[in-house]
Design a protein around this ligand. Structure first.
Ligand code: ZN
Length: 180
């Protein structure tokens, strides 16, 4: 192999590698993340585990979709004043979905009277459907987010009733109630 042949071989390889790199970059690179959640029908039946693309929107898009209060709470981690939310006193049978993305979050069977003025549940409808995140803004608390769209829902505390001992303290404004 003389120098010229060698050069052709090397440059041919380089072109091939560059072509592969170009192909890799041609694939969607929008940073979309997949998330595994459990889906439920509007009558509360578990219909299966699905892997879906995480719902990502700009603040401008969320503002168009939500009321001012819903936006402040779900997208900016606000808290509604106690006893003002529309579901604090709700006792009907049904399912609570995320106001932002309709992900199923809580069943009425697990709702209890906490006396706090916020709708309270002792467990989520499926552990996959919520995310717990450390929140150190006022002492140490555990923030609860929607797993599908990262909406702020409220906080979870360990002073709840049996069987879990947990109290999911939610904002009504983050929820959408579907009556059975
Ligand atoms: Zn959501």
């Amino acid at each position: 192999m003389d120098r010229r042949q060698f050069f052709v071989k090397v440059s041919g390889f380089a072109a091939g590698a560059a072509g592969t790199a170009a192909w890799l970059h041609a694939r969607p690179a929008n940073g979309s993340k997949m998330v595994k959640i459990v889906e439920f029908s509007n009558t509360g039946e578990r219909t299966g585990v699905v892997t879906v693309e995480k719902v990502v929107k700009t603040n401008e898009e969320w503002r168009k979709q939500l009321t001012h209060e819903q936006f402040e709470i779900t997208r900016r981690a606000g808290t509604e004043r106690p006893f003002t939310g529309k579901y604090a006193e709700t006792h009907d049978r049904g399912l609570y979905r995320c106001i932002c993305c309709a992900n199923a979050l809580f069943l009425s069977d697990t709702k209890f009277e906490s006396g706090t003025g916020w709708p309270s549940f002792y467990q989520p409808i499926a552990k996959e459907n919520v995310i717990n995140k450390l929140d150190t803004s006022f002492g140490t608390r555990t923030e609860v987010l929607c797993a599908k769209c990262d909406a702020h829902l409220g906080h979870v505390f360990d002073d709840g009733p049996r069987p879990t001992g947990l109290r999911y303290c939610m904002n009504s404004a983050a929820l959408d109630f579907v009556k059975f």
